[in-house]
Design a protein around this ligand. Structure first.
Ligand SMILES: [Zn+2]
Length: 341
């Protein structure tokens, strides 16, 4: 199992899930994340804190951990995703310095996201620009870990090249960028699986890999088995808003679908207290969903230690296939397994 060693000497074992925490607009408090869920890490958006003057001042004065009320591992993203909604008027240097100044443990550069439809020329340009920004960042960051973000869009060879360059630059933490649109394709693990396996072959074995946006408790164990270590997502909230009830075997649409087959044996504190009423309340459903992710990650830690992952994957695959016969999960997983042998 790989770990993250922070600048102040704290070690965090992986696999690790970072719940997305949005200050002032969250379904869950940092208090609950620590004390009820036992999360030791979270991710929050640095750009959001940077752009609002009052927040910026307060977080600069206190430091991010005191500001959030969370002493564990704090990872930030940089606003790269917000570039889609308009110009940011933000430089890579400024947002990296800001993250370091407020005491973030793991810092994101302002990388350039590639959409799946973009061609090779565009993907190459964005990849080169992202590498430049990471090179610039490595010179600035001496009190935190800078994330080496892999770009390259849908081109596996560009993604391989990105990692080779990132190893030369000397990054100690890799994140796989621009894969979010690849999720929810009926659980097809194919492309993401290839990206993870290729990354594991290229980078140093002790460097952790972070899959930006990964947050379905059904899929996480498969990514973990291929060598991915860290995930972050607000999936638990998005799923809840859409009425989706997560389980380790797939999510059920509990509000619109006829769902006699929904497994009703959840042991999470919210279901125990509220029963099926959780289906009606977005907030409680989000907490249930987050609990499912937490449980799966904890289960993975135990199974990795005991070398018992394969048995778990087989059980999930079998039950998922039975409940969701249209899903591409099992077929795509079997393809990936064949490629490996
Ligand atoms: Zn529950």
């Amino acid at each position: 199992m790989r770990s993250i060693l922070t600048n102040n000497g704290t070690v965090y074992q992986t696999p690790l899930f970072l719940p997305v925490f949005e200050y002032g607009n969250s379904f869950v408090t940092t208090e609950a994340l620590k004390n009820e869920f036992d999360f030791t890490a979270l991710i929050t958006n640095a750009y959001f804190l940077y752009k609002k003057r009052e927040l910026k001042r307060s977080v600069m004065d206190q430091g991010v951990k005191a500001f959030l009320g969370f002493e564990g591992l704090v990872v930030t993203d940089s606003g790269a995703f917000q570039q889609f909604s308009g110009p940011l008027y933000l430089s890579n240097k400024k947002i990296i310095n800001f993250q370091q100044d407020i005491g973030v443990d793991v810092i994101s550069p302002l990388d350039l996201i590639t959409t799946p439809g973009e061609n090779r020329t565009t993907a190459t340009k964005k990849l080169e620009a992202t590498l430049k920004r990471i090179e610039e960042g490595m010179k600035l960051v001496d009190q935190a870990i800078l994330i080496g973000v892999q770009q390259g869009g849908r081109f596996l060879d560009l993604r391989a090249y990105a990692l080779e360059r990132l190893m030369e630059i000397g990054v100690k933490y890799i994140a796989l960028g621009s894969l979010v649109p690849m999720f929810n394709k009926n659980h097809d693990l194919g492309f993401i699986g290839k990206v993870i396996r290729q990354a594991r072959r290229i980078i140093d074995p002790d460097i952790p890999i972070h899959l930006y946006g990964g947050g379905d408790p059904l899929e996480l164990p498969f990514y973990i088995s291929m060598g991915c270590d860290i995930f972050d997502s607000s999936s638990f909230i998005h799923y809840a808003r859409g009425g989706w009830y997560m389980t380790p075997y797939g999510a059920f649409d509990v509000r619109t679908a006829e769902s006699p087959s929904v497994p009703w044996d959840c042991e999470c504190p919210y279901c125990k207290a509220g029963g099926k009423e959780v289906w009606k309340d977005d907030r409680i459903l989000a907490l249930h969903n987050l609990w499912m992710i937490r449980d799966v990650i904890q289960e993975m830690r135990t199974r990795l230690r005991e070398n018992m992952l394969a048995e778990y994957l087989n059980r999930v695959a079998e039950r998922h296939q039975k409940w969701f016969p249209e899903s591409r999960l099992v077929e795509s997983w079997e393809m990936l397994c064949k490629l490996e042998t």
